[in-house]
Design a protein around this ligand. Structure first.
Ligand code: ZN
Ligand code: ZN
Length: 311
C-alpha cells in the first residue's frame, strides 16, 4: 500500500494505557478519547461524528466494558472533533453527558456559528448536556478524582481534568505538545488572547508528569510544552499574518479530513469563505500540495500524508 495513497487515510490503532488511563489516539479529525473503566465507566471526549462506530469498538476493546454500560461522557469542550459522537452515544448508552456550564449554554442555544460548524465546514448532530462541570470542583471518574480546571481561550467552556494524586493532566485543546488549538479571534474576539494567557498561567502552576492532550500522543515534558505554547501565543500578537495562515491551514486540514475527496471547486469555495483571510486561492492550494497537506487527483482533493500522522 503506497504511503501517499490518499484513499488510505487512517493510521493503525494506537490505543494504549498510560499510567492506568486508557487513551484512544486517532489523529486530528478525531480528538483523543480517554477511557476510564470501573464500576461506572466513563470516557472523556468522543471524536468527530464520522468515527463513532470505530470509537465504540475501540472503547469496548480498551476499556473491557460494553458500551451499553457507559455511565458518563465528560467533555473538554464542545467542538465537533471532541463532541461529534455525543448524539450517537446518547442513543446507544444510558450515559449522562457532562461539560462546562458555558458549553451547556452553547449546546442549549445550538447556534451553528458559535459552535464553529457553519463557516468551518464541520458537522455535529445535536445532543444534550445533562450536568454542568463547574471549574474548581472535583469529580470522580474511573476511580480517579479529577479537579476541574477552567481553560478558556481556544474554546468557550474549555476544561482541563487534573488528577493531582497521579500528576496527570487531560488538557483538551488548551495545551498540546506543540501549542494549542487555534484561537478564532474573528469569532470569539480579541480577549481570546488574554484568556489563553491566563489559562497557560494556571496550568503552569500544576505539578504534572503526564499530559494527555486533545490531539497527538501523550507526553511528559510539561513545562517545555507550556513554554512552546507561550511562544505560540506571542505569535498571535507579533506575527498575526503568519498566525492567520497557520490557522487557515489547520481549519483546512480538519475540513479535508472530514470530507476526503471533495471537488476542488468546493475547496476553493471554502477557502474564499474561511474566517481567516486566505489570499489568492490557486497559489495557496499549490503550496499546500507541495508541502504534503493535500493531494489532488482527478480534480478532487484528499488529505495528504502529512495530515494523517498522529503527531
Ligand atoms: Zn480538537
Ligand atoms: Zn477545539
Amino acid at each position: 500500500m503506497r504511503r501517499d495513497d490518499p484513499t488510505t487515510a487512517s493510521e493503525p490503532p494506537s490505543d494504549r494505557v498510560y499510567d492506568g488511563v486508557g487513551v484512544i489516539a486517532r489523529g486530528w479529525l478525531h480528538s483523543n478519547t480517554v477511557v476510564l473503566p470501573g464500576p461506572a465507566p466513563a470516557i472523556i471526549d468522543t471524536g468527530y461524528v464520522t468515527g463513532v462506530e470505530e470509537l465504540i469498538d475501540r472503547v469496548e476493546a480498551l476499556g473491557g466494558f460494553p458500551i451499553a454500560s457507559l455511565a458518563t461522557v465528560l467533555l473538554t469542550h464542545v467542538h465537533s472533533d471532541h463532541a461529534g459522537g455525543c448524539a450517537e452515544l446518547q442513543r446507544r448508552a444510558p450515559a449522562r453527558t457532562w461539560a462546562h456550564p458555558d458549553c451547556a449554554a452553547l449546546v442549549r442555544d445550538w447556534d451553528p456559528r458559535r459552535l464553529w460548524l457553519e463557516g468551518m465546514g464541520q458537522r455535529m448532530p445535536r445532543f444534550r448536556i445533562d450536568d454542568a462541570l463547574t471549574p474548581g470542583e472535583r469529580v470522580t471518574a474511573g476511580g480517579i478524582e479529577w479537579e476541574l480546571i477552567d481553560a478558556p481561550g481556544h474554546a468557550v467552556g474549555g476544561l482541563c481534568f487534573y488528577a493531582r494524586a497521579r500528576k496527570l493532566l487531560i488538557s483538551g485543546d488548551a495545551l498540546w505538545r506543540d501549542g494549542f488549538g487555534i484561537l478564532n479571534i474573528p469569532l470569539e474576539g480579541p480577549e481570546t488572547i488574554a484568556l489563553t494567557r491566563r489559562t497557560l498561567d494556571v496550568l503552569s502552576t500544576l505539578d504534572v508528569e503526564l499530559v494527555i492532550p486533545g490531539h497527538g500522543r501523550p507526553f511528559r515534558d510539561f513545562q517545555a510544552a507550556i513554554a512552546r505554547a507561550r511562544r505560540r501565543l506571542a505569535d498571535y500578537v507579533e506575527a498575526p499574518e503568519q498566525t492567520a495562515r497557520r490557522n487557515l491551514r489547520a481549519s483546512l486540514a480538519f475540513w479535508l479530513l472530514a470530507n476526503p475527496g471533495v471537488p476542488r471547486a468546493a475547496l476553493e469555495r471554502l477557502l474564499r469563505d474561511a474566517p481567516f483571510p486566505a489570499g489568492p486561492v490557486a497559489p495557496l492550494i499549490a503550496a499546500l500540495t507541495s508541502s504534503g497537506v493535500l493531494v489532488e487527483r482527478d480534480d478532487r482533493v484528499y488529505p495528504g500524508a502529512r495530515l494523517r500522522r498522529l503527531d
